[in-house]
Design a protein around this ligand. Structure first.
Ligand SMILES: [Zn+2]
Length: 277
């Protein structure tokens, strides 16, 4: 089990699935440079070894889960999700999670919110949790035309069922969430995408969600990806996050980097680079 501490806050990395990504998809304009400079992060077929990782945070008596992976249903382009097994291995039941935080509402971050309970019924997988969602993100993805798109089945199955439960807690921008967590605005990948800052006893961390899909972005934030809703805004957001992380010596936790996806940003000869923990 992969675990780190930031002051009194304990964080466990839960692997939903390993996730291979093609450099030509991640950054079409710089795929060859990427493959040359970051050869060690590619497998024998030239694919980036990534992951879908969710982070479980124990903070001030609360159990908080940041993002819920691909989920139990088959999704085109994604492997099957196993967050349920990862939670079991960590000795945590879904009913012990009191808060689910979403960095954003893409398919591979909302999957375990619900499951099919048979007879056409959809149940919430975390029966006691409240769901913390940025208002801007909710408004964008729950617009009627978004929900109606055939490819947005995950929204209909994993987000729409939350609507009338009374368990959504909407946030706006850089609000705090308990004594150790704060949202950091990082729009671009999606309109309301956020990072989650963690601090206690002089130590700091930052869960960056999908502000970056691979550590090459630490050195080259401007190698844009078509996976981002607004590539230029996403590049500016990750540049800011990595500057903050380097300046404040924050541990960076990234859900799509090779599991467990955490390490530090260092500056060498005026260039930022990533050092896995
Ligand atoms: Zn993602």
């Amino acid at each position: 089990m992969h675990q780190v501490s930031i002051g009194s806050v304990a964080i466990i990395a839960l692997l939903d699935a390993p996730f291979l990504q093609n450099p030509k998809v991640l950054t079409p304009d710089h795929a060859n440079e990427m493959a040359a400079e970051f050869r060690d992060s590619l497998d024998s077929r030239g694919l980036c070894t990534g992951a879908v990782t969710c982070y479980l945070i124990r903070s001030a008596g609360s159990l908080i889960l940041v993002d819920t992976g691909i989920g139990p249903r088959r999704r085109p382009g994604f492997p099957a999700g196993h967050l349920d097994a990862a939670l079991r291995e960590a000795g945590v039941g879904p009913d012990e999670i009191d808060t689910v935080v979403h960095t954003h509402l893409h398919t591979d971050h909302i999957g375990w919110n619900t499951y099919d309970a048979g007879d056409g019924r959809t149940e919430i997988f975390f029966p006691k949790a409240r769901f913390v969602i940025q208002q801007a993100e909710w408004d964008f993805w729950t617009a009627p035309e978004m929900l109606a798109e055939p490819r947005n089945a995950a929204l209909r199955e994993c987000i729409e069922p939350l609507r009338h439960t009374g368990r959504i807690h909407f946030t706006q921008g850089e609000e705090t969430l308990g004594p150790h967590l704060v949202f950091i605005s990082a729009p671009g990948h999606t309109p309301g995408h956020v990072a989650v800052g963690i601090s206690d006893a002089g130590e700091r961390g930052m869960i960056i969600g999908d502000a970056s899909h691979h550590p090459f972005h630490v050195t080259h934030p401007d190698w844009v990806t078509p996976l981002d809703w607004d590539p230029a805004q996403a590049a500016a957001s990750r540049d800011r996050l990595f500057d903050i992380a380097a300046e404040e010596r924050r541990l960076v936790l990234a859900g799509h980097w090779t599991h467990p996806g955490w390490g530090h940003i260092v500056r060498l000869d005026g260039r930022r680079s990533f050092r896995a923990l």
